[in-house]
Design a binder for this molecule. Sequence first.
Ligand code: GTP
Length: 342
Amino acid sequence: MSDPVESLAALTIHRDLDALDSALVHSLAELLQPTAIAIHRVVGLHQTSSRWSVSARLGRLVTFGRPAERATLDDELSPLHALPAHQTCLETATVRSFDAASSGVGLDMTLFPLGSTGGPVAVLEIQSHRPLEPHEMQTVASILRVFQNFWNVLDESERDTLTGLLNRKTFDDAFFKTAHALPGTASAAPGATGCWIAVFDIDHFKSVNDRFGHLIGDEVLLLVARMLREMFRHHDRLYRFGGEEFVVLLRCDSEADASRALERVRERMAHHPFPQVGRVTVSIGFAQVLPGDTPSTAFGRADKAVYHAKQTGRNRVCSHADLVTQGHACEQESAVGEVELF
Ligand SMILES: Nc1nc2c(ncn2[C@@H]2O[C@H](COP(=O)(O)OP(=O)(O)OP(=O)(O)O)[C@@H](O)[C@H]2O)c(=O)[nH]1
C-alpha cells in the first residue's frame, strides 16, 4: 500500500469536481490495487426519477455479471433500484462488504457511502480478488472524510447561494470543455452530440419585486430554478448568471430538438401557478455553440436572441439562427473575439 498522505496531497490539488472524483479513484487504485473502482453519483431531483451515473471509473467494473458501460443519456442510466446493494449503502449511509459468492459480480465488493452536507449522494465501489484488510478499510474511510469535506467546499464555491444552480464563475471552464468536445473537433468523443446555449430572462421581474416584495421575488427565482432542474437532463448544465437571468448549456442532436426542449420549458413556466404571484413568463434566446466559439461569442448570440424575444412580445423562444435567416442578425457574430470577454 503506497502512502495515504501522498494520496490526500494529490487529491487536494484539484479545483474541479469532475477532476476530484477521478483523482480519488486514481489515488485509491494506487493504494489498494483493486480489480476495479468507481464512483456512482445520484442524479435527478426526486426519488422516483433519480438514477446512477458513473462519474469516475478505473478497471473493468462488473455489474450484473457484465462490464458496466459509461452511459451518457438519462434514459440509459440505471434507476436506483437496479443496484440494490448500492441503494442500501446510500440510504443507510453505511459501508457494505460482500464476498465473491454474495456480491453478484464474482469478486469481493466493498461499498462506501459518499456524503455531502445534505446526506449521502454517491457510492464508492471497490471490486477486488480479496477482501479489504481492516487497516485498508480504515485508511479508505479517513481519505473519504477529507475528500468529502474538500468536495463540499468546492461544490459550494461553484453554486449560486439562492438557487443552488451553478454560478457564472464556473461557466467559462465548462464551456471550453464542451466546445472542445463538439462533433467535428479533433477531441470529439465517438457519438458526441451538439451543444446549444440558451439564455432565460424572466419577464417583467421588476414588477414582481415591486408588487410583492423581494422575498416573494426570491421565491419565484427559486421555483424557476427548480423547474429548470426538473425539465433538463442531468448532463445539461444550468447556471444563474445573476438577477433574473439563467443560462443553460444544452446537449442536443439538432436545432429542432433544442427548440422543442426550450419551448416545453417556456410553456410549462407560463402555465405554472406561482404562489401569490400567479403567472410568470420567461423569454428565451438560444444559439448553437460552434467550434472556435468563446463563452462570450456564444453567449452574445443567445443574448441577442433573448433581446429579440423581449422586443417582440416576451414569453417567446427565439433562435439566433432564425434571426440570421430573417435578416435581424448576421452570422459573423460567431467570429472569435468579436464580443468582449466577461
Ligand atoms: N428578488 C430578487 N430580485 C432581484 C435579484 N436580482 C435582481 N433582481 C431584480 O430583478 C429586476 C430586473 O429588472 P429589469 O432588468 O428591469 O427587467 P424586467 O423587469 O424583468 O423586465 P424585462 O426583462 O424587460 O421583461 C430588478 O428589479 C432587480 O432588482 C434577486 O436576487 N432577488
